[in-house]
Ligand binder design. Structure first.
Ligand code: B1M
Length: 211
């Protein structure tokens, strides 16, 4: 079994310590951080997601797999950071109200920080008002919303409405993403930028902050 396969398998079993050791081993063997993330950690999370959907595993199994994912991805953080010219800019990031998923959001943060952006991470279950209040207080270039549930993606519209109400809609870019979110949803609710993955989100944020 390849080491990336081993990472995926152990992540599925929630073995955080083993996953961490294997990720370190893969790094030491010279495997790229992108491959370890995609073919190891995200592959394992994908399998767990499918099994979760089919009722083959339950919330506790998913939680321990998520813990293993976080343990492994922490080691990749410095490697995923770009070595290019550092950008400057400030963004407010969070998972929308009612939504507790944070693995994708944390990847977005890692990638953005890697590009030199200042990321104010509000965590999970963030209300529309909190996104906007923070953006005003911090004079942020962008508000970045992550949503993982079809039942919470509608919260993005509330963030946009709150930005309009606070009079900052023309000053702040609203970036959105997460598994159920699409470009057509982005257009429909009046957000500015949809990106499908964390790396593209970081590239787009750099563009926004350099305008
Ligand atoms: Co949840 N869950 N979950 N869950 N969970 C999903 C999302 C689900 C698709 C599983 C399934 O049925 N197959 C399903 C949603 C179905 C739907 O809405 N249609 C689901 C459900 C139903 C639920 C609960 C309701 C289950 C229950 O309690 N009955 C519950 C809801 C809790 C809540 O939020 N209120 C729940 C709970 C949980 C756990 C707590 C157990 C755990 C979260 C742990 C954590 O995050 N700390 C969990 C997990 C782990 C998942 C799955 C298995 C994996 C999600 C994940 O982390 N993927 C997920 C199934 C799946 O997605 N395959 C599932 C890896 C991560 C890197 O990908 O977050 O998509 P993702 O991020 C990607 C892109 O989307 C993008 O970048 C990343 C890649 O580079 N991206 C952005 C993300 N945010 C972005 C923002 C951007 C740009 C890009 O710009 C700002």
């Amino acid at each position: 079994m390849s080491i990336l396969n081993e990472i995926s398998q152990n992540l599925q079993c929630g073995k955080a310590k083993v996953v961490k050791e294997l990720v370190q081993k893969a790094i030491d063997e010279g495997i790229s951080a992108e491959s370890i993330l995609k073919e190891g950690l995200l592959d394992g999370m994908g399998v767990i997601g499918e099994k979760f959907k089919n009722d083959e595993v339950y919330v506790p199994d998913v939680l321990i797999a998520a813990r293993a994912m976080s343990a492994g991805s922490e080691l990749l953080k410095p490697l995923l950071a770009s070595s290019g010219v550092k950008a400057t800019g400030k963004v407010v990031l969070g998972t929308v109200a009612g939504d507790l998923h944070d693995i994708g959001k944390n990847l977005v943060r890692m990638m953005m920080e890697g590009k030199g952006l200042e990321v104010i991470d509000l965590g999970i279950d963030v209300s529309a008002e909190r996104f906007v209040e923070t953006a005003v207080r911090e004079d942020a270039h962008a508000i970045c919303c992550s949503a993982l549930l079809t039942t919470t993606m509608g919260e993005i519209k509330n963030v946009i409405d709150a930005a309009i109400q606070a009079g900052i809609r023309d000053k702040v870019t609203i970036m959105i993403g997460g598994a159920p979110v699409t470009d057509s949803f982005c257009k429909m609710v009046g957000a500015d930028i949809y990106t499908a993955d964390a790396a593209s989100a970081a590239d787009a944020a750099v563009q926004v902050c350099s305008r």
